[in-house]
Ligand binder design. Structure first.
Ligand code: ATP
Length: 696
């Protein structure tokens, strides 16, 4: 729904002529002959400078050809060229047999080299018109647009036409481009840096003639020529510093424009029209065009989180295991509302999620004040009946394209976690606290009646202001849930401790597109090594729950079995890993003042509780599998008393219920000896975590 921005080159019509493709091919050949980053940057910059100055109409196609793409990432367009079309076209143009081509391929290993060799012996009597950058790019678009019956033939004919006209290096790079493997070390960031430098050194004629700020000067030319020696050195140094500063500023402007508006058509047109100075205004964050997402930095433990963030307030959220979705929506008074859903890599997934599109329509229907928004969310597969989370694998069973609402087989919930744009206002520069509060107030949860419709929920979260204990508890909940762990997000812009821990640097709580920021930390379960082994413990007592758990027993007191004395010894309180259904059943199994639950310890087994005095005692009859973070020396526990410490027992930190062991009797539960051995074996072990390759 965004109109393509037209070039306004009326002032200099001669510039409408495209640059020759040979110029780009020459640049690509030079690029692939070097690994030096400086050389790559110089070649890219000079190539773009010449294009901007003499053939600005070629700028956009040149950017696509350099990056070996055809369109912005959110535009679904593919060449759809199989190797057989390519080799038929090369055969036809070169006159070589397929066996000869195969031999060439075996000796070179690259289709571009094959085509180059194959064509080098071809002599043409009639000269063919030269290839132009714009013409080559248009041909690629035509190849991509050829669909249906006869498409293969049509594609082959376009490739042949291109190959007939290609000369020398053009052939090699044309075929590499068609094969989607340019083998040139120019990544997106290098292209954007080079574009910024080119704009500084050689602003387009349209800008200069319009009298806008010109960045070019004699001093800048000194950068390209060798610097003068002797007395002129100081002057040259100043000019160099000046130039570098301009490069840095220009780079920031172009990269910012790209991360908010990743579309080379619009960027090239705006640069030619309004130059660097007008770029930000011309290419704002736009509903319908995805911005690059903020990314999280990995941490290994909550300790590391506190080391990094100190006392800066943060929110800890479940890291859901689904698919990231950037949802764009705008109300239209006439016609249908705009709804777009983009993936983490900015592909358009709107067709895949008709249920989420329909949810957005409901949001508009329910709130007349909501006109337009862009929000960040995770789409997660859920059980349609009880809403419980399902695995990512479950979500990946959904069809990918052109899904009809009635065909949706896997129900989902949209867990929204950020808001970047609301009713015409860009919120990226606002602190997370404000963005989150708007998200929560403007977009209430939606749980539709129909089980096939998508749900809308806010992410489950906890705040640092609730205290470290609460955050630790929340982490344990995340560990025992279907989530991947936690995302820890700075609520207000503040200061963060740098790696060497001696300095603090500012850390913004703004939305930072395309950045892996310390204001977004991810703590994955897999990063954290808990106890290798689980424990088998006996539930021996409990306390009355609070808040949501007021009707149930929570926490539950767990004990080890001491075979030497025939007694149960309390080891820890557990309040995580239980489902609501389990709590309910537990309350029924241990009804207060019944034959399984009493205020006095009056059962067949004696229970030593030490400092852990429960409100009620359960009849010892079950064994539960329990996992925990680690075993600690405890001032209140009397389990394994005297085995590791003379005066203190051992306890389990952050115990988490895994399951009931129906096959075990009380006498099969873990022993104090087992607990002490676990404690000893964890000593000296690096408990900071395992490296899954994601940590930097
Ligand atoms: P990963 O493999 O860890 O998902 P990634 O590179 O895709 O890594 P990261 O930035 O490392 O992305 O991790 C953040 C990802 O976690 C997001 O892209 C999003 O898909 C997902 N996620 C789930 N829940 C949340 C949440 N509450 N806040 C932010 N991101 C979340």
């Amino acid at each position: 729904d965004v109109d393509p921005v037209a070039y306004s080159l009326d002032k200099c019509p001669w510039q409408r002529k495209s640059a020759p493709y040979s110029f780009l091919a020459h640049g690509l050949a030079t690029l692939s002959s070097t690994k030096s980053r400086i050389a790559i940057m110089n070649v890219l910059t000079n190539t773009l400078r010449a294009i901007i100055k003499f053939h600005p109409i070629s700028l956009c196609p040149a950017l696509y050809l350099l990056s070996n793409t055809l369109a912005p990432p959110y535009t679904p367009i593919e060449l759809g060229l199989g190797p057989s079309i390519m080799s038929k076209a090369i055969q036809d143009v070169s006159g070589l047999t397929s066996a000869a081509l195969r031999r060439l391929y075996n000796s070179t290993g690259d289709p571009g080299d094959v085509a180059f060799e194959a064509k080098s012996n071809v002599r043409t009597l009639v000269p063919h018109p030269s290839l132009l950058i714009v013409g080559v790019y248009d041909s690629l678009l035509k190849i991509a647009q050829s669909k249906g019956t006869g498409a293969a033939k049509a594609k082959q004919s376009i490739v042949q036409k291109l190959l007939v006209s290609a000369k020398g290096e053009e052939t090699r790079y044309l075929v590499r481009t068609l094969g989607q493997n340019l083998r040139v070390g120019a990544v997106r960031t290098s292209i954007l840096t080079a574009l910024a430098r080119a704009m500084v050194l050689t602003p387009p004629a349209s800008i200069q003639s319009a009298g806008s700020a010109s960045y070019a000067s004699d001093a800048l030319l000194a950068e390209i020529k060798p610097l003068p020696a002797g007395s002129k050195k100081k002057m040259a140094d100043t000019a160099r510093d000046d130039l570098l500063e301009k490069f840095t500023r220009a780079e920031a402007v172009i990269k910012k424009a790209y991360v908010l508006h990743p579309n080379y058509d619009h960027i090239a047109a705006a640069l030619v029209d309004v130059g660097l100075d007008g770029l930000a205004e011309r290419l704002p964050l736009t509903v319908g065009i995805p911005l690059l997402p903020t990314l999280g930095s990995p941490v290994r433990s909550l300790d590391e989180v506190y080391d990094l963030l100190g006392s800066q307030p943060f929110s800890a959220e479940f890291k859901y295991d689904g698919q990231r979705a950037q949802i764009h929506a705008a109300r239209r008074s006439q016609g249908s509302n705009i709804v777009k859903i983009f993936s983490r890599h900015l592909e358009d997934m709107t067709d895949k999620y008709p249920d989420v599109s329909s949810l957005v329509q409901d949001i508009f229907a329910n709130s007349q004040e909501t006109e337009s928004f862009i929000l960040d969310a995770e789409i997660v597969a859920i059980d349609p009946v009880d809403g419980s989370l399902k695995s990512f694998q479950e979500l990946s069973n959904r069809a990918r394209r052109d899904v009809k609402l009635d065909d949706v087989k896997v129900s989902v919930s949209v867990f929204a976690f950020d808001l970047m744009y609301l009713n015409g206002e860009i919120l990226l520069e606002r602190p997370f606290r404000l963005r989150r509060s708007l998200l929560r107030t403007v977009f209430p949860p939606v749980v539709p009646d129909s089980t096939s419709a998508a749900q809308f929920q806010h992410v489950q979260s906890c705040e640092s202001a609730d205290g470290r204990e609460a955050v630790e508890q929340f982490w344990q909940e995340a560990v025992s849930s279907r989530s991947e762990g936690l995302m820890i997000k700075l609520l207000d812009s503040g200061l963060v401790t740098e790696d060497n821990k001696s300095r603090r640097k500012p850390l913004p709580a703004t939305y930072e597109p395309d950045k892996r920021t310390a204001a977004w930390l991810k703590l994955k379960k897999d990063y954290v090594t808990g106890l290798g082994d689980s424990l088998d413990l006996v539930p021996v007592g409990a306390w009355h729950g609070n808040g949501r758990k007021a009707q149930w027993w929570s926490p539950i007191l767990l004990a080890v079995w001491d075979p030497s004395t025939g007694k149960l010894v309390a080891v820890c309180k557990c309040m995580s890993g239980f489902s609501d259904a389990f709590y309910k059943e537990l309350k029924e199994r241990y009804l207060e003042d019944s034959e399984t639950c009493s205020r006095q310890p009056q059962w067949n087994y004696e229970v030593l509780t030490g400092g852990l005095k429960p409100q009620v005692y359960f009849k010892p009859q079950e064994v539960w599998e329990i996992r925990g973070a680690d075993i600690t020396i405890s001032p209140v526990s009397v389990a394994a008393l005297g085995m590791v410490s003379e005066a203190r027992g051992l306890s389990l930190r952050f115990p988490r219920f895994i399951r009931v062991h129906d096959d075990k009797a009380v006498e099969n539960a873990s022993t104090p000896e087992f607990l002490a051995n676990m404690y000893r074996s964890q000593q000296g072990k690096d408990r900071s975590g395992v490296d899954d390759g994601d940590l930097v």
